[in-house]
Write a protein that binds this ligand. Structure first.
Ligand SMILES: Cc1cc2nc3c(=O)[nH]c(=O)nc-3n(C[C@H](O)[C@H](O)[C@H](O)COP(=O)(O)OP(=O)(O)OC[C@H]3O[C@@H](n4cnc5c(N)ncnc54)[C@H](O)[C@@H]3O)c2cc1C
Length: 416
């Protein structure tokens, strides 16, 4: 089923009877070439690119709940490629380029909106650091600009520039950053993968791995055993628990991160704004709600709900840069479980078990990575070689002392 303006008009005039389900609900087959565990954004994107780019379509995506029920449908929807380190920057720039062509590629409206991202600067040291980051971004082909306060005032006159404690001194501006409707990403990739023959199997929890003589040959699930030549794990906040079933301990902790949405307001926030002296980021959805968030809750958990102290902390961050936000009423909030790696960077790698692959450690920045993560993971699974922009996302990097410590904030998951 191809979507087009004509199709929408026709269906509107004829009672909307011609829409077909967006993906099938098949029963699991006894065997696949590739099983992907986790039907989040990354798992579905991996399946899509495996089928589309690498000709591997005998693939099943096994999802314990429903498509879009995990972090892909819980995040604050921000995309950007304003990274500094060479292990990261080209990867996130590839992702942004894939976002830019995604709707045409999938024939699906993901509401990709490149309204720009503004990272506020509050000290001289921060200006130096952002100038370095902006230069690094330009060197690898990304867009970046340093704005002075006059430039920011034109865009966001409502910010508290003279805040006694955190005066705004400038900003790093990436015009190509923005937001994407998160669950449409899951649905679009699911639809695209399904159309190429991938089986998307919901309500199918993986409960164990079949490992024979050091080779993974399949999985145990709540719907029976399924064999596979290759098994690719992609379960975000459940990474530790799932890989423990294969006897692996990961350099990852699970923490909850919350998101908040206000009542609908008239358009006020032009793009994404982040507070550089605390942890607060905000954008405005097309329906008018302010979508915002801040730091993770500081305790380990697998529960998809957070605590009240972080609500206070996030709202303090918002009030510090834009006091008018205090007049908006909070409409909804929720939590998602984050796979926090010890250097804040991800993994896309083979494991020591033949045929078993791992993708995770996305911390709270994995939504923007969805297209490149899927593309590079598919590359690794199909060719057994890392893609050139993902060569540093290795599981052994801590043993080698080759961390990708993007923010220079050390090994504290609550500081990334
Ligand atoms: C509140 C919040 C705000 C965020 N904001 C941003 C942002 O603005 N920008 C950004 O870039 N990133 C953001 N993130 C991070 C981003 O959402 C995640 O890094 C990313 O979505 C993780 O990848 P995923 O989509 O594949 O995860 P998920 O959607 O969580 O997919 C993993 C799937 O695995 C399934 N699963 C788990 N165990 C099993 C099992 N045993 N068997 C079968 N299936 C299993 C789960 O049910 C889940 O559906 C945010 C996250 C949260 C929670």
């Amino acid at each position: 089923m191809k979507y087009s303006a004509l199709k929408i008009l026709w269906e509107g005039l004829t009672g909307n009877k011609g829409w077909a389900p967006v993906w099938r609900e098949p029963d699991p087959k006894p065997e696949y070439d590739v099983i992907i565990i986790g039907g989040g954004g990354h798992g579905l994107a991996t399946a899509y690119y495996l089928a589309k780019e690498f000709g591997v379509a005998n693939v099943a995506v096994l999802e314990k709940g429903w498509i879009g029920g995990g972090n892909v449908g819980r995040n604050t929807t921000i995309i950007r490629s304003n990274y500094l380190l060479e292990g990261n920057q080209p990867f996130y720039e590839l992702s942004l380029k894939l976002w830019e062509g995604l709707e045409q590629d999938l024939n699906y409206n993901a509401m990709i909106s490149q309204r720009g991202i503004l990272n506020l600067i509050h000290s001289d040291a921060q200006r130096d650091a952002f100038a370095r980051r902006a230069n690094g971004m330009r060197l690898s082909g990304a867009d970046s600009e340093l704005l002075d306060t006059a430039g920011i005032r034109k865009m966001c006159p409502f910010l508290d520039f003279e805040n006694a404690r955190f005066p705004i001194q400038g900003a790093l501006w990436q015009p190509r950053g923005g937001t994407v409707r998160h669950d449409a990403v899951a649905w679009g990739y699911a639809r695209g993968a399904d159309a190429r023959g991938v089986d998307i199997i919901q309500n199918c929890e993986v409960t164990g791995f079949q490992i024979e003589n050091g080779t993974c040959t399949g999985v145990e699930t709540s719907r029976g055993a399924i064999r596979a030549r290759k098994v690719a794990v992609c379960v975000a906040g459940s990474s530790g628990r799932v890989m423990a079933q294969a006897g692996m301990r990961l350099p990852i902790e699970s923490h909850v991160l919350q998101a908040f949405v206000s009542e609908g307001l008239k358009p006020v926030i032009p793009g994404v704004i982040t507070f550089g002296a605390g942890h607060f980021y905000v954008s405005q959805s097309d329906k008018g709600g302010l979508v915002f968030g801040g730091d993770i809750d500081g305790y380990n958990t697998y529960a998809q709900r957070g605590g009240l102290p972080v609500v206070e902390d996030v709202c303090e961050g918002g009030m510090a840069i834009m006091p008018m936000i205090g007049r908006a009423r909070l409409l909804r909030m929720w939590g998602g479980v984050m796979d926090m790696s010890m250097d804040g960077s991800p993994f896309i790698d083979k494991t020591h078990i033949d045929g078993l692959y791992f993708n995770g450690g996305w911390c709270y920045g994995g939504f923007k990575a969805t297209p490149a993560s899927g593309y590079c993971y598919a590359h690794l699974i199909a060719r057994d070689q890392p893609h050139e922009v993902a060569t540093q996302f290795r599981l052994d990097r801590f043993a080698r002392g080759a961390m990708i410590d993007e923010k220079g904030q050390g090994a504290q998951p609550n500081l990334h």
